[in-house]
Design a protein. Structure first.
Ligand code: BT5
Length: 337
């Protein structure tokens, strides 16, 4: 795959291709002469032409205007590091971006990189996954070129028992990104689903490496169905699933969505490090659909009824039983009654 797109080791464009794009962008929509390109790149005009052709193969629309030069007309909606970085200033999240045309699972890649010492904020993205993972060994459908599959490495200075706070943080970030790139109204379903109407539009799989008192790292795994169409969903999903395209009726730019998501994660994580869990919890509660509602929670064979009152420091759902007692629920499927 890498060869087809002639990308570098981290899935980015080759240096000369990057230079061409930078020059085009500096000139906005203006024509750039072949001479100028070859001067800046310090290669022949023939070599410039070869690079233009390889960028076109990637989906860049570059017009060649006889005896005047070239003009960038449009960039493809491809998840390339340079494109994701356009217009972004990252504090931490996305300072290093690694993008694959296809991989097994971005969480697995990120986990390995983190074990090898990758810095906080490193993000692994793939156009498609062969073995996308859900929780508890489940599968995450990951067709190529339509969605976002993304894993973020964090090294938060907190106790391992508080790790669920980062799951809530990632849920809030996805909700914010959907709200800023579409007119849709997503809500968070405890503990880790993002829903629009009755369909699951995104799922989170956060994995951790920790010692008793200390987190080595957390990998935030985020899968968002962006432009997936009905035929791409298998019939045997456990719950109804949907995509931003299916709900909103129009395609959403994956690049714009990815920038919005990384921006939201960056903001929220910065606030989290400075001000703690409070603001994340508040926004989570404002964006969830269970607060104050009567719920039934099933876990394996057991069932519990009550009113959802909130979430605690460790991510438990607080449910008030009919006799007034508050019960902490750590896992289960929630149904609103
Ligand atoms: C999740 O698990 O919702 C976590 C999904 C995390 C996926 C991301 S993608 C990037 C990163 N790399 C990975 O390998 N994984 C993460 P869970 O709550 O267990 O839900 C899984 C269940 O949702 C499956 O058993 C299906 O029934 C259903 N499902 C599978 N693919 C889906 C999809 N694309 N959209 C909606 N539902 C899906």
């Amino acid at each position: 795959m890498k060869d087809l797109f002639t990308l570098n080791e981290e899935g980015g464009l080759r240096t000369l291709d990057q230079q061409i794009l930078r020059l085009f962008r500096e000139k906005r929509a203006e024509i750039v002469s072949g001479e100028e390109l070859s001067g800046v790149m310090q290669v022949s005009r023939t070599a410039v032409w070869k690079h233009i052709k390889s960028l076109r193969k990637l989906g860049y629309r570059i017009e060649a205007i006889p005896s005047r030069g070239y003009r960038l007309v449009a960039a493809p909606d491809l998840l390339l590091p340079e494109e994701i970085a356009v217009g972004r200033q990252s504090l931490r999240i996305g300072r290093r971006l690694i993008c694959f045309r296809e991989t097994g699972s971005t969480n697995e890649v990120a986990f390995k990189l983190a074990e090898e010492g990758a810095e906080e904020g490193t993000v692994v993205i793939a156009e498609g996954q062969r073995r996308g993972k859900g929780r508890l060994g489940r599968k995450w459908e990951s067709p190529a070129g339509v969605n976002l599959y993304c894993s973020v490495i964090l090294r938060p200075p907190i106790l391992p028992t508080r790790a669920a706070q980062l799951t809530f943080l990632s849920a809030v970030a996805v909700a914010r990104a959907i709200a800023t790139t579409t007119a849709l109204r997503p809500f968070i379903k405890w503990p880790n689903d993002l829903m629009i109407n009755d369909g699951k539009v995104a799922g989170l799989l956060n994995e951790m490496s920790a010692e008793t008192e200390k987190i080595n790292f957390i990998v935030l795994g985020i899968g968002v169905n962006i432009n997936m169409v009905r035929e791409q969903f298998p019939d045997d999903l456990r719950h109804p699933a949907t995509s931003l395209f299916l709900e909103g009726g129009k395609a959403v730019s994956r690049l714009e969505f990815t920038r919005a998501l990384l921006g939201a994660l960056d903001d929220l994580y910065d606030t989290y490090l400075k001000n703690g869990y409070g603001p994340v919890r508040e926004e989570w509660l404002a964006r969830c659909n269970v607060l104050g509602r009567q719920v039934r929670i099933t876990f394996q064979e057991s069932e519990l009824l009550g009113t959802a009152k909130g979430i605690d420091e460790e991510g438990a759902l607080l449910v008030q039983r009919p006799d007034g007692r508050i019960e902490r629920v750590l896992a289960g499927d929630v149904t609103i009654l």
